[in-house]
Design a binder for this molecule. Structure first.
Ligand code: ZN
Length: 201
């Protein structure tokens, strides 16, 4: 888990393929458990399925890291991550999926890209995704505050995450860090999923 592979790996090996398969499947299993626990069954089943497509799978196998996303290694080696571009365009639980051009014309053409507010159910799936990623990459060192720390160090300052999306995600991550999974999942189930606010399109 702790060994870091050279970023320039880039060659598909059986070992990389098997390890990458195990990592993404374990990740998917953890997200499914989280989504099922709050009543988001469909999203639990379909989460991250595109990771098994050739466009994403073989890149993941070639740049397998073990302790961080292979997309970072592909980025370092090639300059951008083709696997990530494929992934974020197909998976609504990533806020990067939700960029669009501003219909109100408030911006000039050069800066017309805006962040759209994510439906709550996808914010919840993103929350589960971040917990699972922290668990897989941190291993036995995982704690309930890991996902919050990661969020604070990155996405929080991203101008392309809608402020209300960031606020809801941040609220859930803070709750997780303070009160743990059991209470936070119960809160999501009772206040977000059951009230159907997250199901509203
Ligand atoms: Zn994903």
């Amino acid at each position: 888990m702790t060994e870091k592979r050279p970023a320039a790996a880039g060659k598909i090996t059986w070992k990389g393929a098997v390890r990458h398969f195990r990592t993404i499947t374990r990740h998917k299993w953890l997200v499914m458990k989280g989504c099922f626990a709050v009543g988001l069954y469909r999203q639990g089943l379909f989460h991250d399925l595109s990771k098994y497509s050739p466009e994403e799978f073989f890149i993941g196998a070639a740049y397998y890291q073990g302790n961080r996303s292979p997309n970072n290694a592909e980025r370092e080696a090639v300059g951008y991550s083709s696997a990530w571009l494929h992934h974020k365009g197909r998976n609504k639980h990533h806020y990067e999926y939700w960029f669009d051009y501003d219909a109100k014309g408030k911006h000039d053409v050069d800066s017309a890209l805006v962040a759209i507010k994510m439906p709550g159910r996808f914010v919840v799936e993103m929350f589960m995704d971040r917990i699972a990623a922290s668990k897989v990459y941190r291993g036995s060192e995982y704690s309930d505050s890991d996902a919050l720390r990661y969020f604070k160090s990155g996405a929080k300052n991203d101008i392309l995450i809608h402020p209300e999306t960031a606020a809801l995600l941040s609220e859930l991550l803070e709750m997780l860090a303070e009160k743990g999974e059991k209470q936070t999942f119960a809160y999501i189930r009772n206040n977000l999923v059951r009230r159907r606010t997250v199901r509203k399109r």
